[in-house]
Structure formats: structure tokens, C-alpha cells
Write a protein that binds this ligand. Structure first.
Ligand SMILES: [Zn+2]
Length: 857
């Protein structure tokens, strides 16, 4: 007894000191994914639920000292977004030190070059891997479980070397809400003829497939969470995002991508994408996975994807895509069905970037999992091998960005305090701050590029590590057109112009030359400068300056408070301030002051209380009953519109095909909004071959008759962008869209910012800047066939129509009506010919939609 008493503590101490933590926990403790889930990842017809994936990740973390779970943030519907941080036990114990060092590397102003070199010699590379942002692309979320198991348990020297050198942030699903919806729908349809078919709603509550196109705008919590995690916390040197592509093309697509590139980024970033992409494709070939392509399909131009916004933060982004199955249901593709792609694979034959075509056959979710795992193994090996270079490049890219900023051209962007739309300016500053951008406020007047600026303007200096990000978002795009066979322009993967100051209607000045900086303080949040309620003791009425998008919220709040607001149709002078048409007028009742005070403070809108008779020229406002059409064809434009209505405090009701077909719409609604969708989709929906009977068919003839009766009896029908074609056909409107059926060489605008002119004296344009900008993507311009029944509220510019991006065939739309009101029966149809609320990004033109609603009673 005495012997063991004296010996036991010693043994425990020795064991603790001598053995690495990993050895104290047996790999055998960690269950395989198959043991946890009850089926092998990728098994035909089997899907892991989001809850179960979370549980598995937690379970592995509780049993492995190589794994730590962190929360990235809550989703739109309040679910967790988790990440496993995986590395050698020693790195996991020192995670905070590694993170802090990485943060210093991300900002070379905090770390001298020689110190950075010393740090790079030992620092761990940080690699983030995410899957499932497009929730129906379920392969990566399943591969993630096997990847985690492998990294948590393997004892071979190759894996240990990876763990020693790399901190891996593994995010099984970037869209956990969508994963839930997809699994739920798939399981319900399983065993029916609709197994693996399209879900009749979006796989993100608002953004659907666009959830990966919100990365700079950050309207959705998912985007903000990832930005915070990346740009202010972890600063990964490399980010791999795993997607799936169509069934009949290449099996797997890896970087590098195709032209064009965004030339603001450091050339190193493309070379590293090429290096790491090749490491993935090499591993895939070694594993005998055929059908792998690179230099194809996807370009590097638009900055709004989850895998392009981080480029502006010096993170090397890698996009992979694997051929899809029907969610978890296998497909069979015959050799004859296989085809290449316009970009990079003109025909389905061996070529330098596609040396080993897949011959066709059965293709399963397990194949997707295998390809993903193979690619990740190649990537991990390369990141471990090139660790020091990757870390050093990350620092160098930041250093060069700062150096470029000091050279000017531009040296800064400046936002004057006085803005037409204070809420839009706030949103722009907010998204920049959320993107890790530094903004300063001038504390004294200064001069730059020959102009004088007062204290209080905001300055974005270009000498910051994320210079490329800011420059890309704020400058004008001159799209480098690429041409394919026959000299015809190639269609870009997404938009060609996005210039945020134009699209959002915010006054941002470019400072080209280096200037003497004034005293400044750094902004930590974006705010609206509160406005004042000017009044004497006994006003008889109030006027509210309702310009910009805040003006629509003001109208809705006054309506909600029962204050019976009216729109001013003329002008009112108050204490030297001129209120124009579209300003809001309310009687000076007891209930008014607190509501108005809140509007002035929160929305930055000036209010004046005035004595005497209220102005004669007003137009009363009433709360409209809004119906928002929701097709069973999942439609992101409906989701964005719905989100926008909620943000701007418009009550609404979604209406489905059957509601419209049932008629009697006028008794329920004042205005019905048709979100953008090709006219045949609105009319026909999905056929019964594709969607279950409850979700098949569109509005059909009965729906068309219902809408016509609605308009005839005084309703307002609003069509967004492509839905205009449906409205014109169905109601026989005397309007022709001049952009239809033109070949690419005559007219081609695949997503650009165009000059738009409005008359703010017209109610549809109330609150707008007369010279504004609209987003246009395969959109419409009109010829009016019967002027007596129509009014034009907005036109494209007469000349210099293109403000940013790419426009082929300006003369087709120059000066043409863009927004048209057609009177029909006792009601009207408002054709919004371009996406005025595009992805909730085009703040400059939101009011066209809002005013269409506000004028509908
Ligand atoms: Zn995708």
C-alpha cells in the first residue's frame, strides 16, 4: 500500500508530461461518421440533418484535442453556424496566440517587414473550408464529416505534418437554414416520382440562391457573420468554398478560373489560386477521378460572392464545383448527354485543362463526397508544403496594397456629410465597416484635389490593407469584354457593374492625388446624423423632409401611428428650408410630436412645425393592402422584395397561384406586386412532371383574368423587371419592350449601372434624386403605343447611358421610358422596367417600388 501511495502521483505526472495530449486520447474513441449517422456519407438517398452534423462535430471535439468548435453566428432563422477549428493539439492550445499573430500579419502597419519574415518562418497557415452555401448542393456538408474524422484521428506522418502546419477552419454548412429546408423536402418526396426534384420555395428565407451573392452588401446575417469571422477575427490566408454544378458537364471544376479578373487585386492572388487549384486537380487525377477541369466556366470579376469578396482582403479564394445528382438520388448520364462549356471547354474532349473526360455512367452523392475529399487532401498537402510562402504572400499583399494607397490614384474616397439620402449613406458606411474597411471623420477642414472640405466629412484612405476591396466597390467598372466564337460577346458569370455610390445614390468623391490629411477620428459605427424638429409652441401642422428611402419609412410610421399623413404636391418654405413635392404633411395633433421626434432622430429627416393654414396642395396617403405574388417556382427576386418590404415597414401578404386564380382580388388588395420571373414561368409554373400537383402550374388563364379584373376595378398591378412581359401580354397593354429578340451584338447588357432620369415632381418619383442610376440586366426599355393612357416616370439617359459595367447598343434604349404607368380600366399597371430593388442593393431606385405602393390608394 505504501509503495503505491508514493508511486501513483509520480506516474500521473510523468504521463502528463511525457506524452503529447493526442496520445492520451485514443483515436478509437472517436466514432466514424458511419457509426454516428447510421449510414455512410453519400449513401444513395440518405441525408445527414443539420442537427446531426452539429452533434457529430461536437462529439468529435469532445473526444479529440485536435478539434475545437466555434460559433460563427446565428442565421436568419436563428440557427447556429458552427466551425470546427482543426490543427495539431499544440496549435489548438495556442489558438489565441496564432489568431493574434495572424491578425498582425493581415495589417502590415502593425508589423515591420523583418518581423513578418521571422513570423512567417514559424507561423501556421490559416485555411478556411466551407460548404453548402447553396443548400441543395449537399455534397460538401457530407464530406465535411469524413474530413473531420480523418483529421481528428489519422496518425500517419502526412496528416500530422498537415496538422502541424495548418490551422483548418471547417464550416460544414454556410447556410444551415437552407440545409434544414432541403433535407426536409427531400425526405418528404423520397420514394415518389418527385424525389430529388426542385423545392417549391427558396433555400434561404429571403435570398435563396443569392445567399452567396450578398457578400459585400451584407443584407443577410449569414454574410455579416462570415465577414466578421474572416475580416476582424481570423483573416484566413486561403478560403475554399465547395459547390456543385450541373449534371451533364465536367465532373469537377477547380481554380484557376477564366477571364476577366478584377485588376484591383494583387497578381499573386491569382497565381496562388492557380497553384492550390493545381494541387487539387493533381490529387484528383492521382485518385483516378476523371472529368476534372480547370480554367473554365467561372470568372473572377464580380465581387459579391462569398468567394470573391475575401479576395479584396488578400485571402486566396478557391471555388470548386462537382457535378450534381438529384440531391441524394443518383443519376445516370450517357456519353451522348455530356457536354462542355462555352468558357474553357468548347467541346467534351480531352484538352490541356480537361485531360481526362469522364466517360459517362452512374453518378452518385458518394462520388461527389469522394471528389470533394480528394480535392481537399490535395489542398491541405499543398498549404502545409507552401505554408511559409502562403503566410509571407499574405503579408506582402497587404503591404503592397498600403504602398499603392500612398501613391494616390486614388488616394482616398470622401463622403460629404450632406447627403440626399442619409439612410443610404449610412448603409454604405456600415457595409464598408462590416467589410473591415477603415473610415475616418475629419475633425477640421482640409483641401484635396483643389477642393475644400469642411470638418465632418468622412474619409476612406486608400493606404489600408483592404484597398482593393474599397476601390472595387466604390469606383466605376470598365468591364474588359471577352469575345467568344464569331466575335460575339461572352456572357459574364454575374454582373459587370456594381459601383455602389451610383447604385445606392450616395455622394462619394474620389480624391486622386495625395493630400495633407486633417486631424481625424476613426469611425467605429455608421450612424445617421440626427435631424431637428423645428417648431414654435403652437404649430398647426408639421412638414417632414421625406427624401430618400428614409422618407418611405417615415410615411409608413406616420400611417402606422394613425396620423393621416399627406404628400405635399407643391412647395413650402420653413425657416429658410424649402420642402419640395413628396414631403410629408401631418396635422399638429397631440400624438404627432413623439413620432416626428423619432423620425427626425432615427432617419435624419428634418421636420418643421408651422402655424397657419396647412398647404392646399397635398395628396392624402393611406395604408395600402399589399399582395406579393409568390410563385412555386423558387424566385429570389420575390425573396429580396419580401425582405425589402419588411425592412422598410410595409405590411404585405404573400399570394400564391391559387389565390390569384380564385379572383376577387380587389376586395383584398390595393396593390399586387409581381416579382421578376420570365413570363412563361409566371404563366405556367413547373409542370406536374417536375413538381407535385399542389405546386404545379402557374397563374394560367384564370390568374390572368383575376389580375385583369383586379386592375379593371381600381387595383394597382406592379411588375418588376422581367415580369413586365407577363403584364404587357396578359393585360394587352399598349406598350412594347424594345429590347426583346435582339441579338447579342446589337444589344447586350448583362448587369450594369445605367443613367436614369426621373421627375421628382411626379408621385412615382417622390423623394428621388432627379439624376440617378439604375441596375439593368437583360431588362426592359419601352415604346409607348398609346400615349393617352400612359405616363412615364423614369427614362434612361439620352446619352452616356452607361455609368458602370458594359453596355452594347446604347441607341436601343437611350432616352427610352424605363418606368411606365399604364391606366387600365379603373386601375393601373406600373411597369418597373429594370430591377429597381436588385438584390436589395440598388438603393437609389427603391423609391420607385415604394412609391408605387404608397400611391395605390
Ligand atoms: Zn453553388
Amino acid at each position: 500500500m505504501s509503495v503505491s501511495k508514493s508511486r501513483l502521483p509520480l506516474i500521473v505526472v510523468l504521463a502528463t508530461l511525457a506524452l503529447p495530449l493526442a496520445a492520451r486520447r485514443l483515436a478509437a474513441d472517436v466514432r466514424t461518421p458511419e457509426a454516428h449517422f447510421g449510414f455512410r456519407m453519400g449513401a444513395d438517398g440518405r441525408l445527414a440533418t443539420a442537427e446531426d452534423i452539429e452533434k457529430y462535430f461536437e462529439e468529435v471535439a469532445s473526444q479529440s484535442d485536435r478539434v475545437k468548435i466555434v460559433d460563427i453566428g446565428a442565421t436568419t432563422e436563428g440557427h447556429r453556424t458552427i466551425a470546427a477549428i482543426v490543427s495539431a493539439p499544440d496549435n489548438i492550445r495556442n489558438l489565441e496566440r496564432i489568431r493574434a499573430a495572424n491578425q498582425r500579419l493581415s495589417d502590415p502597419r502593425t508589423l515591420p517587414a523583418d518581423e513578418a519574415r521571422r513570423l512567417a518562418a514559424t507561423h501556421k497557415a490559416v485555411l478556411a473550408i466551407g460548404g453548402g452555401i447553396h443548400a441543395s448542393e449537399v455534397g460538401a456538408a457530407h464530406a465535411a464529416n469524413e474530413l473531420l474524422y480523418w483529421l481528428a484521428t489519422a496518425g500517419d506522418s502526412g496528416t500530422l505534418n498537415i496538422l502541424d502546419n495548418v490551422v483548418i477552419i471547417l464550416i460544414p454548412s454556410l447556410n444551415p437554414d437552407g440545409h434544414r429546408l432541403v433535407v426536409d423536402w427531400y425526405n418528404k418526396q423520397k420514394g415518389t416520382r418527385y424525389e430529388g426534384g426542385p423545392m417549391p420555395w427558396l433555400y434561404h428565407k429571403y435570398a435563396g440562391h443569392d445567399i452567396n451573392r450578398d457578400a459585400f452588401m451584407m443584407n443577410m446575417p449569414e454574410s455579416r457573420n462570415l465577414s466578421r469571422f474572416f475580416y476582424t477575427n481570423w483573416h484566413p490566408q486561403v478560403f475554399l468554398t465547395m459547390h456543385q454544378l450541373e449534371t451533364n458537364g465536367p465532373r469537377f471544376s477547380a481554380p484557376p478560373n477564366v477571364d476577366p479578373i478584377d485588376r484591383n487585386h494583387d497578381p499573386i492572388i491569382w497565381r496562388e489560386a492557380g497553384l492550390l487549384g493545381s494541387a487539387m486537380t493533381l490529387e484528383l487525377e492521382r485518385d483516378h477521378h476523371s472529368g476534372v477541369v480547370s480554367n473554365a466556366i467561372y470568372d473572377y470579376y464580380w465581387p459579391g460572392y462569398e468567394d470573391s469578396a475575401p479576395l479584396g482582403h488578400n485571402t486566396v479564394c478557391l471555388l470548386t464545383e462537382v457535378a450534381s445528382v438529384k440531391v441524394a438520388t443518383p443519376v445516370t448520364v450517357s456519353a451522348g448527354e455530356l457536354r462542355g462549356s462555352d468558357r474553357g471547354v468548347p467541346d467534351y474532349k480531352p484538352r490541356i485543362n480537361f485531360p481526362n473526360p469522364w466517360p459517362g455512367g452512374r453518378w452518385t452523392l458518394r462520388d461527389i463526397v469522394d471528389y470533394d475529399l480528394s480535392a481537399v487532401r490535395g489542398l491541405l498537402r499543398a498549404v502545409a508544403l507552401y505554408r511559409e510562402l502562403i503566410v509571407q504572400n499574405f503579408y506582402d499583399m497587404g503591404a503592397r496594397a498600403i504602398e499603392a494607397g500612398y501613391q494616390g490614384g486614388p488616394s482616398a474616397f470622401v463622403l460629404p456629410a450632406e447627403q440626399h439620402d442619409p439612410s443610404a449613406a449610412r448603409k454604405l458606411e456600415e457595409l464598408l465597416l462590416q467589410g473591415g474597411v477603415e473610415i475616418h471623420r475629419a475633425l477640421e477642414p482640409f483641401r484635396a484635389d483643389g477642393d475644400s472640405y469642411p470638418a465632418g466629412v468622412d474619409i476612406i484612405l486608400m493606404a489600408q490593407p483592404y484597398r482593393a476591396y474599397v476601390k472595387t466597390l466604390l469606383e466605376r467598372q470598365n468591364y474588359p469584354v471577352t469575345r467568344g466564337a464569331g466575335g460575339l460577346p461572352e456572357r459574364p458569370y454575374d454582373a459587370t457593374g456594381w459601383t455602389l455610390p451610383a447604385q445606392m445614390g450616395v455622394d462619394v468623391r474620389t480624391i486622386t492625388r495625395v493630400f495633407d490629411q486633417p486631424a481625424m477620428s476613426r469611425l467605429t459605427s455608421a450612424t445617421i446624423a440626427p435631424a431637428q424638429v423645428w417648431t414654435n409652441r403652437t404649430p398647426s401642422y408639421y412638414v417632414v423632409d421625406a427624401r430618400g428611402n428614409g422618407g418611405a419609412i417615415a410615411a409608413n410610421r406616420l400611417l402606422a401611428a394613425g396620423l393621416a399623413p399627406a404628400w405635399l404636391t407643391g412647395e413650402v418654405d420653413a425657416r429658410g428650408f424649402k420642402y419640395g413635392p413628396g414631403s410629408l404633411v401631418v396635422a399638429a395633433t397631440k400624438a404627432a410630436p413623439p413620432v416626428l421626434q423619432k423620425i427626425a432622430v432615427e432617419l435624419g429627416l428634418r421636420v418643421d412645425g408651422l402655424a397657419g393654414k396647412p398647404p392646399a396642395g397635398t395628396r392624402p396617403l393611406a395604408r395600402s393592402r399589399v399582395g406579393l405574388y409568390k410563385s412555386w417556382v423558387h424566385n429570389v427576386d420575390e425573396g429580396w422584395t419580401r425582405w425589402l418590404l419588411e425592412q422598410y415597414e410595409f405590411p404585405y401578404k404573400n399570394i400564391a397561384d391559387a389565390d390569384v386564380r380564385a379572383g376577387n382580388l380587389r376586395a383584398q388588395f390595393d396593390v399586387i406586386i409581381l416579382p421578376s420571373l420570365p413570363p412563361h414561368r409566371i404563366a405556367d409554373g413547373f409542370s406536374q412532371d417536375v413538381a407535385p400537383p399542389a405546386y404545379a402550374g402557374g397563374l394560367g388563364d384564370a390568374g390572368g383574368r383575376g389580375l385583369k379584373a383586379f386592375v379593371d376595378s381600381g387595383g394597382t398591378l406592379v411588375s418588376l423587371d422581367q415580369a413586365g412581359g407577363f403584364a404587357i401580354n396578359t393585360l394587352g397593354l399598349p406598350v412594347r419592350d424594345v429590347t426583346r429578340n435582339l441579338s447579342r451584338d446589337r444589344f447586350f447588357v448583362p448587369g450594369s449601372i445605367l443613367r436614369v432620369e426621373v421627375d421628382p415632381a411626379q408621385p412615382l418619383a417622390y423623394g428621388m434624386n432627379p439624376h440617378t442610376a439604375g441596375f439593368f440586366a437583360f431588362s426592359s426599355a419601352y415604346e409607348i403605343l398609346s400615349p393617352a393612357e400612359t405616363a412615364t416616370a423614369a427614362r434612361y439617359g439620352d446619352k452616356d447611358v452607361l455609368l458602370s459595367g458594359w453596355l452594347e447598343g446604347e441607341q436601343v434604349i437611350a432616352g427610352r421610358p424605363a418606368v411606365v404607368q399604364v391606366n387600365s380600366g379603373m386601375g393601373r399597371v406600373i411597369l418597373l422596367g429594370f430591377p429597381v430593388q436588385h438584390r436589395a442593393q440598388s438603393l437609389a431606385t427603391f423609391r420607385l417600388l415604394f412609391n408605387a405602393i404608397l400611391t395605390s390608394r
